[in-house]
Design a protein around this ligand. Structure first.
Ligand code: HEM
Ligand SMILES: *[C@@H]1O[C@H](CO)[C@@H](O)[C@H](O)[C@H]1NC(C)=O
Ligand SMILES: *[C@@H]1O[C@H](CO)[C@@H](O)[C@H](O)[C@H]1NC(C)=O
Length: 357
C-alpha cells in the first residue's frame, strides 16, 4: 500500500539520517557517522572497510588493487552496443568464473577471481556491484588516481560473457580500436583507459618473471607509463621475447606490444603523448571513461560515489628514469610539442617486481 510504503520510507529516513547540509545537494548522515547523498549508500560504508581490510591489506595500491582494476575491465568489456556480447559491467566474470577465466585473454585472472570470490560471498552485494566497487576502492588506493564514480544496484548477472571480447597484447591497433568502438568507446577513451597500465604488472606474458611492471612507478597512478612506453627499447626483462611483448627500455620492466603500437599509431600517438606530465588530463579522462566502463549494460543505478575513499594526490612532475632524456624518446606525434621533463640523477635503474604476484 502506498501509505505503508511512505511511512516505512519516513521511518528509515528518521532512523538512518539527518539532513546535514544547507547547500544545494541534500546529504544524509548514516548511523556510522559518514555522510552520503543517498540513504541507500549507507549500507556500503562497512563493506568498503571490509574490502580494504580483506582484499587490499588495509588500503594498499598493491597487486590486489591492480588486479581489481584489471578485473573490472575484463568484466565490463564483455559487451557490445550492437548486442549479443554479454551483460557488460555485471560481475559475470566473478559469478561465472569457471567459464570466463578459461578465455585466453583472461590469463592470470583466476588469481584475482579466487581472492575476490570468498570476500564477495561475505557481503550482500551483487557480483557486479562487488567487482566494480572493489575496482573503485583499489584504484583509489594508488596515489594520483582520481576518485572513481561508484554506481550501486546492478542485478545478478544472467550469463557468462562470450569469449573474444577482451583485447590481447598481440592484437593490431585496428582490431583493438574496433573492439573498443564496438563496446562504445572512442580512440581517445581507449587511450584514457590505458592510464590503468600506470598501476600494472604482468604475471603471465612471461611466466618466468611474474609481477613485472609496465612502468617504474607501479604503486603510483601517474603519467610515467605514457613516457616510458615511448623510450627506445633495448632488452627483454625475462626469458627472451614472448608473444605480446616488445623490447623494454629498463631492466625489470615489461612493455606490451599493444601499448607500444598504440603510442606510435597515427590515430592515437598524439592522444598518448598529450597524457605525458599532464596529471590532470589523465585523471579527468580516465575518470570519465571508467564511469562509462563500469556501467556498461546497466541502468537505474544509484550514485554512491561518496562511499569511495578519496585518493592521495600525486604532486609530480614526472621525470625521465635516470640516464634517459628526450633523445631516447620515439616521438610519434608531430603536431604537438614534446613536454620538457627533467631526469632523475644517477645510473639507469632496475625496476623491482610488484610483490605478491
Ligand atoms: C588494449 C587493451 C589492453 C590490452 C591488450 C591489455 C593487456 C594487458 C596484459 C597482457 C596485462 C598483463 C597480464 C598478465 O600477464 O598478468 C595487463 C595487465 C593489466 N591491465 Fe591491461 N590491457 C588492455 C587494457 C586495459 C584496460 C582498459 C584496463 C583498465 C581500465 C587495464 C588494466 C590492467 C591492469 C590494472 C593490469 C595489471 C594487473 C596486475 O598488475 O595484476 N588494461 N593488461
Ligand atoms: C568460481 O566460482 C565457484 C562457484 O561457481 C566457486 O566455488 C569458486 O571458488 C570460484 N573460483 C574462482 C577461481 O573464483
Ligand atoms: C624460455 O624460452 C624458451 C624458448 O622461447 C623455452 O623453450 C623455455 O622453456 C623457456 N624457459 C623457461 C624457464 O620457461
Amino acid at each position: 500500500m502506498a501509505f505503508a510504503r511512505l511511512s516505512s520510507i519516513v521511518a528509515i529516513a528518521l532512523a538512518a539520517t539527518q539532513v546535514a547540509n544547507a547547500g544545494l545537494t541534500k546529504r544524509v548522515t548514516c548511523s556510522t557517522g559518514q555522510t552520503t547523498a543517498n540513504a541507500k549508500c549507507c549500507a556500503l560504508f562497512p563493506v568498503v572497510d571490509f574490502i580494504q581490510q580483506n582484499l587490499f591489506d588495509g588500503g594498499e595500491c598493491g597487486e590486489e588493487a591492480h588486479s581489481a582494476l584489471r578485473l573490472s575491465f575484463h568484466d565490463a568489456i564483455g559487451f557490445s552496443i550492437h548486442g549479443g556480447k554479454g551483460g557488460g559491467a555485471d560481475g559475470s566474470i566473478l559469478a561465472f568464473n569457471q567459464t570466463e577465466t578459461a578465455f585466453h585473454a583472461n590469463g592470470g585472472i583466476d588469481d584475482i577471481t579466487d581472492r575476490q570470490f570468498t570476500v564477495w560471498q561475505q557481503t550482500d552485494l551483487s557480483a557486479g556491484d562487488f567487482v566494480h566497487l572493489a575496482a573503485a576502492i583499489g584504484t583509489g588506493n594508488c596515489p594520483g588516481a582520481p576518485r572513481l564514480q561508484f554506481m550501486f544496484g546492478r542485478p545478478a548477472p544472467v550469463a557468462a560473457a562470450p569469449d573474444l571480447t577482451v583485447p590481447e597484447p598481440t592484437d593490431s591497433v585496428t582490431s583493438i580500436l574496433a573492439r573498443f568502438a564496438d563496446a562504445g568507446f572512442s580512440a581517445a577513451e581507449a587511450v584514457a583507459l590505458l592510464s590503468s597500465h600506470s598501476v600494472a604488472a604482468a604475471d603471465v606474458v612471461d611466466p618466468t618473471i611474474p609481477g613485472t611492471p609496465f612502468d617504474s612507478t607501479a604503486g603510483t597512478f601517474d603519467t610515467q607509463v605514457f613516457l616510458e612506453v615511448l623510450l627506445k627499447g633495448t632488452a627483454f626483462p625475462g626469458n627472451g621475447s614472448q608473444p605480446g611483448e616488445v623490447l623494454s627500455p629498463l631492466a625489470g620492466e615489461m612493455r606490451l606490444q599493444s601499448d607500444f603500437l598504440i603510442s606510435q599509431d597515427a590515430r592515437t600517438a598524439c592522444l598518448w603523448q598529450a597524457m605525458i606530465n599532464d596529471q590532470n588530463r589523465m585523471m579527468t579522462q580516465f575518470k570519465a571513461a571508467m564511469a562509462k566502463l563500469q556501467t556498461l549494460g546497466q541502468k537505474g543505478l544509484t550514485d554512491c560515489s561518496d562511499v569511495v575513499p578519496v585518493p592521495a594526490p600525486f604532486a609530480g612532475p614526472i621525470k625521465f628514469p635516470a640516464s634517459f632524456s628526450q633523445a631516447d624518446v620515439q616521438i610519434a606525434c608531430h603536431t604537438a610539442r614534446f613536454p620538457t621533463i627533467q631526469t632523475v640523477a644517477g645510473p639507469a635503474p632496475t625496476v623491482a617486481p610488484v610483490p605478491g604476484s
